[in-house]
Structures are given as C-alpha cells and as structure tokens.
Write a protein that binds this ligand. Structure first.
Ligand code: FAD
Length: 425
C-alpha cells in the first residue's frame, strides 16, 4: 500500500456523511455577502463622496442619515437583522464596510446603536418595544440616540460617576442630576440613555440606566466638542438638572434594581454593571469600525504606490514601500480575524470570554487603524499630509479607536487580569 493509499483510506474513514455539519468555516453565506455588498455600495456611492464636506462642516450629516433610512440601512429592523445573524459576523461586516466609506459619517449612522444596545440588553420587552423605534425616528424625520456614561471625572473609571438618580415615590418619578461628558449625539438625540448612580457607596455596582424621553425638561446640551477627527459625528456634554423621568424609564424596572442592590449590599456578586455590560457587548463591533478605516487607508495607499513614480519607477517597486503595504494588509487581516472571533464567541451559548477576547479585538483593531493610517500618509508623502487626500482624515478618525469604548491601556488591563486571574493595577 502506498502513502497515497493510506491518506485516501484515512480520509475516506474520516469523511463526514452528507448530514454532518461542517465544523469550521470562514466562508461567508450568500446572505452575508449580499448585505456586505449592499452596504459597500452605499459607502462607496453616498458616504465617500460626502466625507470631506461633513468633516469640514463638523456637523451631523442629516441628509446622509436620511438616505441610509430610505434604503433601510438606518433603522431598528436592519440593526435587528444584522444582530440576529447566528454567526455573529453580520454586525462587524456591516460596520467595516460603512466605516470604510467614512468614519465620521459612519459614526453618525451607527452612534445610535450604543443606546439601542443598552435598551436591548437591559430593558424589559415593553421598554424595547417603546423606546428603540424612537431612537431612529422615521424615514421622513430620522432621529438619533445618545448613550451617556462618561463624565468630566469619570472616564476610564466609571465607578466615579456622580450623576445621581433619586426615586420620588409619591410621583413615581426618577429625578436625575449631573453632567455627562463626551456623549455622541448628546443634546441632539431624541432618546438619551443615561447611566446614573442610585447608591454611590456601591461604586459601579450602584449604577442604573435610565431613558430620558424626547423633550424632557432639565436635559440640555452643554458645550459641543471640537474634535481632532470623527468630526461629522456630534459629541457634546449633557446637563441634567432636576430632570424628571417616569418610573417606567428605569431600564429593567425597579423590582429588578432593588433585588440587585440587595444582593450587592449582602456582599453577593452583582450580575450586572450597567455601563460595563454595554461596553463589553459592543467592543468587537467598534473594532470592526477601526478595521474599516485601516482598510480604506491601505487600499488608497496601495493604488497610489502603484501609480506614483520617483527615480524612474513606481514607488511600490521599492521594498520599503512594498513591505510596508504587505505588513498593513497582514495586520488588517489579523485584526479582522480577532474581531470575527470575538463576534462569533458572543453568539455561542455558554461560551465565556475567558481571555477577554472582545477587548483583544478592539485593542488590536484600534492600534492597527492608527498605525496603518499613519503609514498611508507616509506612502503618499506630502500629498498624504494635505486635506486634498483622504488618508489625512482617516488618520485623524482612526485615533479615537485607541481612546473610546475603553482606552488601549484599559483593554490591556482587562486582558491581563483575565489571563492572570490577578489584580493587576
Ligand atoms: C469622540 C468621542 C466620543 C465619545 N462618545 C462617548 C459616548 O457616546 N458615551 C460615553 O459615555 N462616552 C463617550 N466618550 C468618552 C470616552 O469613552 C472616554 O473618553 C474614554 O473612556 C476615556 O476616558 P477619559 O477621556 O476620561 O480618559 P482618562 O480615563 O482620564 O484616561 C487618560 C489616560 O490615562 C490612562 N489610564 C487611566 N486609567 C488607567 C489605568 N488604570 N492604567 C493605565 N492607564 C490608565 C488612559 O488609558 C488614558 O491614556 C467619547 C469620547 C470621545 C473622544
């Protein structure tokens, strides 16, 4: 018997019959490819051409959001469809394509999803049905939503949140007071989801999430932030002054909150920490946005390097340039694989993120985006440094991905604690 026969025989024995499931595949389904191509078309034909204008205007691109609503890309149905994909991959695929088009506009379209994720993750069925559609508004009058956790003295350290929520039993209302910082869509949103403390002594375990309905008195926009990048996305402080919301606006309901607080006071482990839950669930998706920016810059630089001539040859014919592009491609693919793994893990029942795989994906993707966009500028030379070419904007946009949704240092902290089981400070 030859070696070939042995292999053939072994393969025949191990061959799955037609009813067996394929255990592992990175091949996208036709549905996933169709949605990817549909979003890519929107990113290429609607988002890209508008990117520079809205970056310069530093305003929310309402007409583009409306175009996204018209084709069904901006709205609860599409978000739910992407989210329901059992492989977990649809959400990162959509985000990568949209942010490939432009990150500032991408964030104007996707920023609402942070508030939606909080309502979906922590709200009752009734709250989900009532508030999520209002986050998006209608095709004729699209709306956006804001998730307000950060404060001037509570960024990485959410346990320092000072915004308080006190229950007024007679009126069955919560009274919220405090100042939120850096809120995407803060003040221009119809629905604000606000993280407030109901018991400061409990730190982040004393937090709860509240809906602040459209037009609620006492909820006002503070200063709008002038930013380095992501300038088409609105970021602002939000002031809450004796802001009264109905008792029904506490996400998850009062009974559940009281039970949780009682468990914490008894010294038992709390199962949920309002803000952290939201961040943990959204990290790979945020990583996918960074992958989209990195890929856009890489593709632009590759095309440029194949055209631009110096010393009588294309600049890509120099190894210094070609190897940089090779590294960019490899790093971007590696980041995407980490994002896909974490997204897939998030959909597996009973699978635990033992090594903080969600944080790993966001950390890697954010750092790859900053590095790749900087390399793209280098490859374009002087042109790369000007606003006539998009890689400069992409580099400014990329930087936020090592800061928001947990800075790179905080991601490393989370990962190192997870792998060691020790209290790393
Ligand atoms: C454009 C933009 C949009 C945003 N959108 C939102 C939003 O929609 N909702 C919201 O709630 N927030 C939002 N944020 C806030 C964002 O999440 C915070 O900026 C982020 O969490 C970091 O907090 P900080 O800026 O206060 O930095 P700090 O926490 O003050 O950190 C400063 C530096 O110290 C480092 N550091 C802190 N603690 C440690 C530690 N223990 N070990 C090592 N290093 C440490 C950090 O990594 C960082 O490098 C947004 C911010 C920006 C800029």
């Amino acid at each position: 018997m030859s070696a070939t026969d042995t292999v053939t025989e072994a393969t025949a024995e191990a061959a799955p019959d037609a009813t067996d499931q394929i255990p592992f595949s990175l091949e996208l389904s036709q549905d996933q490819k169709d949605i990817r191509d549909w979003v890519h078309g929107f990113a290429e034909n609607v988002v890209r051409p508008a990117a520079s204008e809205w970056d310069e205007r530093e305003e929310t691109p309402w007409p583009v959001i409306q175009e996204a609503a018209k084709i069904g890309l901006y709205g609860f149905e599409s978000l739910a469809q992407f989210f329901m994909d059992p492989t977990g991959l649809q959400m990162p695929i959509v985000n990568e394509e949209l942010f490939w088009g432009d990150a500032g506009i991408g964030m104007s379209i996707m920023g609402t999803s942070l508030a939606v994720a909080a309502i979906f993750g922590q709200g009752t069925g009734e709250q989900v049905g009532e508030w999520i559609p209002q986050c998006f508004g209608s095709v004729d009058e699209p709306a956006v939503a804001a998730f307000c956790a950060s404060e001037p003295d509570a960024g990485s350290d959410v346990s320092q949140i000072r915004t308080s929520a006190k229950y007024d039993e007679a009126a069955d209302e919560w009274v919220i007071n405090g100042q939120k910082a850096w809120a995407t869509n803060g003040g221009i949103a119809d629905v604000h989801v606000v993280i407030a403390t109901v018991d400061r002594e409990l730190g982040s375990r004393g937090h709860a999430a509240f809906i602040v309905p459209p037009g609620t008195k006492g909820c006002e926009q503070g200063a709008k932030v002038k930013k380095h990048g992501l300038r088409a996305s609105h970021t602002a402080d939000v002031h809450l002054d004796d802001c009264r919301v109905p008792g029904s606006c506490l996400l998850g309901g009062k009974e559940k909150l009281d039970e949780r607080l009682a468990r914490v006071r008894e010294g038992k482990q709390s199962r949920s920490q309002a803000a952290m839950q939201t961040f943990e669930a959204s990290r790979p998706t945020v990583g996918a946005q960074a992958v989209g920016i990195a890929r856009a810059a890489y593709e632009y630089a590759l095309d440029y390097a194949k055209e631009r001539e110096q010393f009588g040859k294309k600049i890509i014919e120099n190894q210094a340039i070609a190897f940089t592009l090779a590294d960019m491609k490899m790093e971007i693919d590696a980041a995407r694989l980490l994002v896909w793994r974490a997204s897939w893990m998030g959909k597996q029942q009973d699978m635990v993120f033992e090594n903080a795989e969600g944080s790993m994906s966001k950390l890697k993707a954010g750092e790859v985006a900053v590095w790749s966009t900087e390399r793209a500028i280098q490859i374009l030379g002087g042109n790369g440094y000007t606003r006539e070419f998009p890689v400069e904007r992409m580099h400014r946009d990329a930087k936020i991905y090592t800061i928001f949704e947990g800075t790179s240092e905080i991601q490393r902290l989370v990962i190192s604690r997870a792998i060691s089981g020790m209290k790393i400070a």
